[in-house]
Design a protein around this ligand. Structure first.
Ligand SMILES: O=C(O)CCC(=O)C(=O)O
Ligand SMILES: [Fe+2]
Length: 481
């Protein structure tokens, strides 16, 4: 096929799948090439993400290209012979429609777009899923300075170093610090009502919301660019602190409907679920505190969920994120996604969970292609929004005064300001923000001191410096503001 060379970046050799107790492929991820020849539309597909010696071949009448999206999808599905039934959870009216994507992760919505793309990836679970290719595979993320490093194929785990800047990590820790509480564990059906969470998880945690912070809003976009899943699928960030000896025993982040039939009622019988976790390391850890994947390298389900002895360990490193899929590309549970936070043996570990769901968090948002997917009738939802380009602005506040200045973001929709940081005397601080955002500056003994200025952020340039100098704009003068 004309896609021969390009497909190499998306396919995994069968022997990269080390487990012998499950199929050696990526369920529901298909790499397909389309091209036109002699009034026909030709298709060659490597099914389930593996390189096949004899890929599936099919041809459509050329008029397939002029058909509407629904008919095109139906024809495609029948040629490729997949149905929703590859998912084990039944209740297919709740399963989201399959998605067709260009190599960029951009969702396609017409046969013309498919033909123009040539090579497409089809995800039966409806959301983009990065193929792991093989351990050690490096994938540059177009349009970003980041690189995905495959850590494991089963489970699918990637690491991205330098994803967060150290200053950003500090801001996130500071936001978390101010409202920490014991980390909860979502009870399973089998757990007794008085489940002692401490047996499984001893860290403390805080939920922080993007609505409170321009930095978190920027990170929403940065992560959505990383995962290629819309921002509307995110859960609020959960900041975690592990002190000496603290840990989180092995668990899966998604909700297997088998274990959460009664205790959790918002998961659409399993079809609404956590798809992936982007886990942030906000500090280095002297010793211990790794994230461990006990089933990686074909290891069996561990007997002891508290043991960190075996498995693939990822070392915390400030600014690095590790991300893994808890579901397979077809929407099923991937039990290999089992992981733990190993006990901290020296120092302290700050980190954060960023959970991304396979459906939008709001039940109001409908899912893409829902209106054209009637395989099992009565589809409900899907997000049509595109990943927005991150148009964030870096602002530098340069404090020439001999006293500290306190920085606040003033959200447009509420009175309360969000505290963002202190600019020490004669120092400057750099912040991420967006055009139109309003910043308040206060000076004096503490955060509640006098408002001495407000600054709205301009559309450009992308880096803006504000001098807070005694001679100029922000001179505090009694009673003025
Ligand atoms: O701390 C870690 O490395 C993992 C934590 C975790 O898996 C969780 O909080 O869900
Ligand atoms: Fe987890």
């Amino acid at each position: 096929s004309p896609c021969e060379e390009r497909s190499g970046a998306w396919l995994t050799d069968r022997d990269e799948f080390l487990r012998t107790d499950e199929p050696k492929y990526l369920q529901g991820l298909h790499v397909a090439c389309f091209w036109q020849q002699d009034h026909k539309l030709l298709l060659e597909a490597h099914m389930n993400g593996v390189r096949e010696e004899k890929p599936l071949q099919a041809e459509f009448e050329s008029k397939a290209l002029n058909e509407d999206w629904r008919s095109f999808r139906k024809a495609l599905q029948s040629k490729m012979r997949f149905t929703k039934a590859t998912n084990e959870w039944g209740n297919f009216h709740l399963k989201q429609p399959f998605g067709i994507f260009a190599e960029s992760g951009h969702r396609l919505g017409s046969s013309a777009e498919v033909l123009a793309a040539g090579l497409v990836l089809i995800m039966e679970g409806g959301q983009w899923f990065w193929p792991p290719v093989r351990v050690g595979y490096l994938r540059r993320l177009q349009g970003t300075p980041y690189q995905l490093e495959t850590q494991s194929v089963q489970p699918v785990v990637f690491r991205v170093r330098g994803f967060l800047r150290e200053e950003e990590c500090e801001v996130i820790i500071a936001m978390g610090k101010s409202n920490m509480s014991e980390s909860p564990v979502v009870p399973m059906d089998i757990h007794k009502p008085d489940l002692d969470a401490k047996e499984y998880r001893t860290s403390t945690q805080a939920r922080i919301s993007s609505s409170e912070s321009p930095l978190l809003q920027e990170l929403d976009l940065r992560i959505s660019n990383l995962t290629r899943v819309p921002v509307s699928h995110n859960e609020e960030v959960q900041v975690l602190r592990y002190r000496l000896g603290e840990f989180y025993a092995a668990h899966n982040d998604n909700f297997d409907p088998e274990f959460y039939q009664t205790s959790v009622d918002y998961i659409d019988k399993g079809h609404r679920n956590r798809l992936l976790t982007v886990f942030w390391y906000l500090t280095n850890v002297e010793k211990g505190g790794e994230t461990n994947f006990p089933r990686a390298n074909a290891l069996p389900q561990p007997q002891d969920v508290h043991s960190c002895k075996d498995g693939l360990k990822v070392r915390p490193e400030v600014g690095t994120v590790v991300f893994w899929y808890s579901l397979r590309p077809n929407g099923n549970n991937d039990p290999n996604g089992l992981h733990s936070g190993c006990p901290v043996e020296d120092g302290q570990k700050w980190s954060a969970n960023y959970w991304v769901w396979n459906k939008p968090r709001s039940f109001e948002i409908s899912m893409p292609d829902a209106e054209v997917d009637d395989e099992y009738s009565g589809e409900m939802s899907v997000a049509t929004e595109e990943v927005q380009a991150a148009n964030n602005i870096t602002v530098v506040f340069d404090n020439r005064h001999s006293y500290p200045m306190y920085l606040f973001w003033k959200p447009p929709d509420r009175d309360q300001e969000a505290f963002m940081g202190v600019v020490k005397p004669k120092e400057s601080i750099s912040m991420l923000t967006f055009p139109g955002h309003v910043w308040h500056l206060r000076a004096g003994a503490d955060q509640s001191s006098q408002l001495i200025g407000a600054q709205e952020i301009n559309d450009r340039p992308s880096q803006q410096v504000f001098l807070l100098s005694p001679e100029e704009a922000y001179e505090p003068s009694a009673g003025e503001l």
